[in-house]
Ligand binder design. Structure first.
Ligand code: SF4
Length: 299
């Protein structure tokens, strides 16, 4: 047997002392659904781990937590978390989450999905939920392409990127997600990479505790498609690149945090402001208009 096939066999076999029932993530993950579909060194699993840690730190009862995802590699998160979760149609995670939050405001509702799903196909829902300050947390794993469907150009793809629908490099101007989120009304906006696990977790804790529309962008490697197409190496090479090329600038103006393909990248917590949530605004409005005839809506 060749060395390669030995290695392949070893990588496919569970280690002898691996017992899924004793896994540290057991309370949070549906271990019966393992192994997951994500490629080796993909950044999505890192964010799921940070999210689990954030939930643990917040001490939110898991039966009050709902995770909603759309379609795509990150959209599979909903299938692996051991809380009430919904894998919705493409781009519709935010309206689904909005309905759930309005129907039962006591729930902690989190949208966990990818850039193609949340920002491109679901872009209109994103801007309107932020504008209304719907009390949900949106975690957007941005790997700069539609990975699951074969690596097409997305609205977040940096200029010059080679993808299946931009074989000579993209010439489109991409969204700057923190700037977009802030300009349409998000009250909490942060960006981290898959390398920044501590910061990611802290931001998730803050976002989960923050009333209103909170948004976290996670820049994550997609070694199978994006990094390979740009000849950037594998996921570990990309983490090294993040380490050497990320500048933490908390409070930076979101106008200045555009991402360019091979330039240094700004990460940090950019926005943390107060604004009435949709339900707070609605209740205040009707109290003022209708006086004692109005009873606050609480679900
Ligand atoms: Fe991750 Fe890319 Fe693989 Fe999807 S295709 S699981 S985003 S590495």
């Amino acid at each position: 047997m060749s060395v390669l096939s030995e290695l392949q066999k070893a990588s496919l076999s569970p280690t002898p002392d691996f017992h899924p029932e004793n896994h540290p993530m057991d309370d949070f993950l549906r271990m019966d659904r393992m192994p997951h579909i994500w490629c080796s060194t993909c950044g999505i699993g890192v964010s799921v781990n940070c999210f689990a840690k954030a939930l643990e730190k917040c001490q939110i009862p898991l039966d009050q937590v709902v995770v909603v995802s759309g379609i795509g590699c990150t959209g599979r998160v909903a299938g692996y978390v051991k809380v009430d979760s919904f894998h919705t149609t493409h781009g519709r995670a935010i309206p689904f989450a909005t309905g759930m939050k309005l129907a039962n405001p006591k729930l902690k509702v989190i949208v966990f999905s990818g850039d193609g799903d949340i920002i491109a196909i679901g872009g209109n829902h994103f801007i309107n939920a932020a504008r209304r300050n719907i009390d949900i947390t949106v975690i957007c794993v941005n790997n700069f392409n539609y990975a699951m469907t074969g690596g097409q150009l997305a609205s977040t793809t940096p200029e010059g990127s080679v993808l299946s629908t931009s074989p000579f490099g993209s010439y489109e101007f991409p969204f700057n997600l923190p700037f977009l989120a802030e300009s349409v009304g998000a009250v909490y906006v942060a960006r981290w990479t898959s390398l920044h696990v501590y910061n990611q977790t802290v931001s998730m804790v803050e976002a989960l505790k923050k009333p209103g529309f909170s948004f976290i962008e996670v820049i994550a490697p997609c070694p199978t498609i994006f990094e390979r197409q740009q000849k950037m190496g594998d996921g570990l090479d990309r983490l090294r690149w993040y380490c050497e090329n990320s500048d933490i600038r908390n409070g930076a103006s979101t106008k200045d945090v555009d991402i360019r393909l091979r330039d240094r990248m700004v990460v940090g917590k950019f926005v943390d402001v107060e604004r009435p949530t949709y339900l707070e605004a609605m209740n205040a409005h009707y109290r003022e208009r209708l006086g004692s005839k109005y009873k606050d809506y609480e679900g």
